[in-house]
Design a protein around this ligand. Structure first.
Ligand code: SER
Length: 316
């Protein structure tokens, strides 16, 4: 029997594209999308959808039993900038949803879990360049603390109860189908929309703030490849470092200017600057490469062309 997959947070930036990609791979009926709100038509019309609050364990179990779900991708989360404003809600959402899913796996009601972590698990005492897989981790944000704790719980549930949980530390993700919301790396998406709409952008990070970034196609492929990998080859059950490229706002503006020479950027750093300053500039993902063969495809130039092409096509 084909396996049934449940996506929690399917209407978000990653969830939208992950749902569509998994439906292409496994067939629409095998992939149940869920969120606390409805998403765009492309997602809603392409297969089963449930309104589901992932903090509600009973409601989640009902959906799992009803559809015979055996794999869950938990994409519901509050990102770094919003979490600084609502620490209690962020902790509640980011942790309780994870416990709900890990518990279902511990009780063998599902067989495999994907849970996203982030570069936010690192802090200002972490080596900033080529940040290793295992290193000092003293996150200073609410979001980072929740992801760091989540990683420890994933490793614990794997070791103690044999739960097959897999995870990636996503860098900032750049996508055109669905915008991110409430993250520190969101500028790298907003800038493309503004470049096409008004020809200029005021960035909330300073010009030289280099952060690890990834085009969404690479992130989706990484997620699916990790979930299909042989479990015995996975030496990391907390979360894998994942790398594609690093750039600063000034470097991204330069790449956009190669296609839109009149594009202008200004800088007005806000509270998100401190968050960005506490994160790595570049990531060493050699363990992901050796354990399950990870290779990124999109660099800054390829990402910039793809974003401008896709957003122009959307505008018609
Ligand atoms: N992109 C996320 C954020 O900025 C990091 O995981 O919050």
């Amino acid at each position: 029997m084909a396996k049934t997959i449940l996506i929690l947070g399917a209407c978000g930036q990653i969830g939208t594209e992950l749902t569509l990609a998994l439906r292409d791979l496994h067939g629409s009926e095998s992939v149940v999308a869920s969120d606390i709100r409805e998403g765009d038509a492309g997602l809603m019309d392409s297969g089963p959808f449930e309104i589901l609050d992932a903090t509600n364990a009973d409601a989640m179990e009902e959906v799992v039993v009803h559809y015979g779900v055996d794999e869950i991708y938990l994409m519901a989360a509050m990102l770094s900038a919003t979490a600084e404003k609502f620490p209690d809600r962020a902790w509640n959402l980011n942790m309780n949803t994870l416990f709900n899913v890990l518990k279902l796996a511990k009780e063998k009601k599902i067989s495999r879990v994907f849970w996203p972590s982030s570069i936010a698990v690192f802090g200002s005492t972490t080596p900033k360049e080529n940040t290793p897989q295992a290193t000092v981790m003293e996150p200073s944000t609410v979001y980072g603390i929740s992801k760091q704790s989540g990683e420890r719980w994933c490793a614990y549930y794997h070791r103690k109860f044999g739960v097959d949980v897999r995870s990636l530390r996503y860098p900032g993700l750049i996508s055109w189908k669905t915008q991110p919301g409430g993250g520190t790396t969101d500028y790298a998406v907003e800038i493309f929309h503004e470049a096409l709409r008004s020809g200029s952008y005021t960035c909330f990070l300073g010009p030289n703030t280099r952060l690890p970034m990834m085009y969404m196609d690479d992130a989706i492929r990484a997620t699916i490849e990790l979930m299909r990998a042989d479990g015995d080859s996975l030496g990391v059950r907390s979360s894998y470092n994942l790398n594609a490229m690093s750039f600063s706002p000034a470097e991204l503006a330069g790449a956009i200017r190669r296609e839109i020479p009149s594009f202008e950027i200004a800088y007005e750093p806000d509270f998100r600057q401190d968050i960005a300053d506490s994160w790595p500039s570049s990531i060493d993902d050699s363990q992901a490469r050796s354990d399950w063969g990870w290779r990124p495809e999109y660099d800054l130039e390829k990402t910039t062309s793809a974003m401008l092409r896709e957003l122009r096509a959307l505008q018609g």
